[in-house]
Write a new protein. Structure first.
Length: 391
């Protein structure tokens, strides 16, 4: 009987090969939380381009934590109500199933908070009829109060982790509140076993630093392309679980084709599996299967690029076109060079630059430099959209 593909392009992968150092770091922080009952004082942020495996890594953290009975609160940032309102809503959802007295205690505290939305996308959490205090500091203190209430009974909740995906989409007010809360806890609650682990696009550090001045409170972890060894592991382990192997040559070809990009690697694996007629146990994925998969992978990657290109504004396309032709290898391009190529001032490209960073189409490369997000084939795709404007 043909076996379904174990590869999951575009889905959250359960395996995170090549991220062993980050998993080890998380497990060490988890031990600090659970075994020593201590606060993880810095907010950890994994960041990288789309398809690099950010959410899969965060979900792997969650699975590891849940095996140690840690209460995990998960939100995907970007809702209009704001980050803090999202977190409070998930805390309520997780605690409503607790024993009546415990749930009532946390629920009463949450009920005393009113979420109001002023400027669209900016949430303010204030006490019902509460005093007029600085909004960010008030929110931080209220969040601390909620965390302490949730962690009051350590037999029930030995530790708490807040997981924030797509943190680059979080409102600045919410990021500021979260940062203030953790700054307070570092000084006043080092024995509170709580942590924040987040993930976002490559512009996440820039977005966060725009919201808070003390970004040293954040521990940034850039996600790089997978090594050849990690790619081999990502292909062989799911196959071996189904009794199927890959030839060394097929693995080498597949790794070269994917060029370390996790999304492309899953496409290669999935397409090669189909080309091998969804092998039964004992089957082998060979060179010929990878070769037959090549055009399918190219087709799907170009469809991905086309979707991103079509959703880009004309000024964004012009920016990307200039950048693609100026960029050499992995080195970035100075903002002044881009402005000269576009015939505008450096301030004249600031808005479109910010928009492209937010969409994950470009990323910063050192001070004042940017480059096309290093997805295999993306620069060539952009160049194919028009002639070199520089001759």
């Amino acid at each position: 009987m043909a076996q379904p593909s174990p590869y999951t392009p575009g889905e959250i992968s359960r395996g995170v090969p090549g991220r062993g150092d980050l998993i080890a770091e998380f497990e060490e922080r988890l031990s600090l939380l659970v075994d020593l009952q201590r606060l993880v004082g810095r907010i950890h942020v994994a960041h990288g381009e789309r398809g690099i495996g950010k959410t899969s890594l965060l979900r792997a953290y969650q699975r590891i934590a849940e095996r140690r009975d840690v209460l995990c609160i998960w939100v995907t940032a970007g809702e209009k109500t704001g980050l803090i309102a999202q977190l409070l809503r998930e805390v309520r959802r997780e605690t409503t199933t607790w024993p009546r007295s415990a749930a009532a205690s946390v629920g009463k505290l949450l009920d005393s908070l009113t979420v109001t939305v002023g400027v669209p996308g900016v949430a303010s959490v204030t006490k019902s009829g509460g005093a007029a205090e600085e909004r960010a500091d008030l929110e931080a203190r209220e969040l601390e109060e909620v965390l302490r209430a949730v962690l009051k009974n350590r037999d029930r909740v030995p530790a708490l982790i807040l997981f924030v995906d797509e943190i680059q989409s979080a409102d600045a007010e919410g990021i500021r509140t979260l940062a203030y809360a953790w700054q307070h806890l570092q000084a006043e609650g080092p024995d509170l076993p709580a942590a924040v682990f987040a993930a976002g696009l490559s512009n996440a550090p820039e977005h966060i630093s725009g919201a808070v001045t003390f970004s040293e409170r954040f521990a940034y972890r850039p996600l790089e392309m997978l090594s050849t060894g990690a790619q081999v592991t990502a292909l062989t382990e799911p196959a071996l679980a189904l009794g199927v192997s890959w030839t060394p040559s097929a693995l080498s070809t597949a790794a070269e084709l994917a060029a370390g990009y996790p999304y492309a690697l899953q496409l290669v694996g999935d397409s090669a599996w189909a080309a091998a007629d969804r092998p039964d146990p004992g089957g082998v994925v060979m060179d010929e299967h990878v070769d037959r998969a090549r055009h399918l992978v190219d087709r799907d990657m170009r469809a991905l690029f086309a979707a991103r290109w079509s959703s880009t504004t004309p000024s964004g396309k012009a920016f990307l076109g200039a950048l693609a032709w100026l960029q050499e290898g992995e080195s970035g391009v100075e903002r002044s060079a881009l402005a000269d190529a576009r015939g505008v001032s450096t301030t004249g490209i600031s808005t479109v630059r910010s928009q492209l960073l937010e969409k994950g189409l470009i990323q910063t490369e050192g001070r004042g430099r940017v480059r096309i997000t290093p997805i295999p084939g993306f620069v060539d795709f952009i160049r194919d959209q028009g002639d070199n404007p520089h001759g």
